[in-house]
Design a protein around this ligand. Structure first.
Ligand SMILES: NC(=O)c1ccc[n+]([C@@H]2O[C@H](COP(=O)([O-])OP(=O)(O)OC[C@H]3O[C@@H](n4cnc5c(N)ncnc54)[C@H](O)[C@@H]3O)[C@@H](O)[C@H]2O)c1
Ligand SMILES: O=C(O)C[C@H](O)C(=O)O
Length: 308
């Protein structure tokens, strides 16, 4: 199983580290445009192999896509991150060109690859890859909801004063400060609805904190987050590589599901060897449907800025 990660920056390197530590891939190739950077990150990570007990071979490449040939899965993290005070949507001008070029280069050397898009604004970048590459739609997946759901569970565990592992929950909708739809109605603590423990006001606070999760970290760090993003991507990579049939909220190209079409947005999906194998349609209540519709309008507005 060969995994390529384009962009050896904060998220790309974190993802490579988690993939390697989970020990399911034979090979990880890190590729970056910055001379020597991916090679350096790969060597540093390889020097953790005996410390962390993995056998995955990690190599680096400065923009040489022949090294990525025959990848099964490729992750696109190349592009600029936001700075405090910015929205993800403001990155479109620079990142759209990068994502378009990188996805085309990847497919030239790995025509059967499954692509996981991470660069922001992620839902729009995923849509761009669908529009410009011609890959089948199950082979292009946007990562955002897995991360947002992890943050949601963290915020719920804070409110419940319990370990995060006690909590289950999901965030669907667009991966943006205003577009996320945390499904508080369906969240549970050990199968008991969290609504049994937390007031409506407290749950609203959890939702709001979840939605600005990325912005909160960007303000603290001066750039956007990488540990949880890298871990979230590695979860998607593992589900595909190991044919796990796990369900994650992913940015998927919709064709009527949830009453939406011609956009990529976060919905629950089953991931396995064929990539995004199935979209799961939840029965949303009226308030959730309205939030999803509003979120989709936001994503479509950003898509409108693309030259496709
Ligand atoms: N979808 C999500 O949930 C999520 C989470 C975190 C970050 N992100 C996004 O991921 C992207 C990367 O974030 P980061 O913190 O790793 O940034 P970073 O600056 O640390 O790393 C980005 C890397 O991309 C490289 N790069 C730029 N253009 C390239 C090209 N044409 N080919 C190959 N490499 C190229 C840069 O040299 C750099 O090393 C940002 O757009 C960020 O907003 C998305
Ligand atoms: O917040 C960002 O800009 C990066 C990423 O989308 C995140 O949610 O951490």
């Amino acid at each position: 199983m060969k995994v390529t990660i384009v962009g050896a920056g904060a998220v790309g390197a974190s993802c490579a580290e988690y993939v390697a530590i989970k020990n399911f891939a034979s090979e990880v190739v890190l590729l970056d445009i910055k001379e020597g950077y991916a090679e350096g990150k790969a060597m540093d990570l390889m020097q953790t192999a005996t410390l962390n007990g993995f056998d995955t071979k990690i190599t680096g490449s400065t923009n040489d896509y022949s090294k990525t040939a025959d990848s099964d899965i490729a992750v696109i993290t190349s592009g600029i991150p936001r700075k405090p005070g910015m929205t993800r949507e403001e990155l479109i001008g620079i990142n759209a060109g990068i994502v378009k070029e990188v996805s085309s280069n990847l497919i030239k050397h790995s025509p059967n690859v499954t692509l996981i898009v991470v660069s922001n604004p992620m839902d729009t970048m995923t849509y761009l890859v669908h529009k410009t590459t011609g890959l089948p739609k199950n082979k292009i997946i946007g990562m955002g909801g897995a991360l947002d759901s992890a943050r949601f569970k963290y915020r719920l565990s804070e409110a419940l004063e319990c370990p995060p592992s006690d909590v289950d929950g999901m965030v669907i909708g667009g991966h943006s400060d205003t577009g996320m739809v945390p499904l508080t109605r369906l969240a549970t603590r050990n199968s008991v609805p969290v609504t049994a423990f937390l007031s409506e006001d407290r749950l609203n606070q959890v939702s709001e904190d979840t939605k600005v999760g990325g912005a909160t970290l960007t303000k603290l760090l001066g750039t956007s987050a990488w540990y949880a993003p890298g871990a979230a991507v590695s979860g998607l990579v593992q589900a595909i590589a190991c044919d796990q049939k796990k369900m994650f909220p992913c940015s998927a190209l919709l064709d009527g599901e949830y009453g939406l079409s011609d956009l990529c947005i976060g919905v629950p999906a089953i991931l396995g060897k064929d990539g995004l194998e199935k979209i799961v349609e939840l029965q949303l209540d009226d308030a959730e449907k309205a939030k999803m519709k509003e979120s989709a309008e936001g994503v479509k507005k950003t898509n409108g800025l693309l030259d496709v």
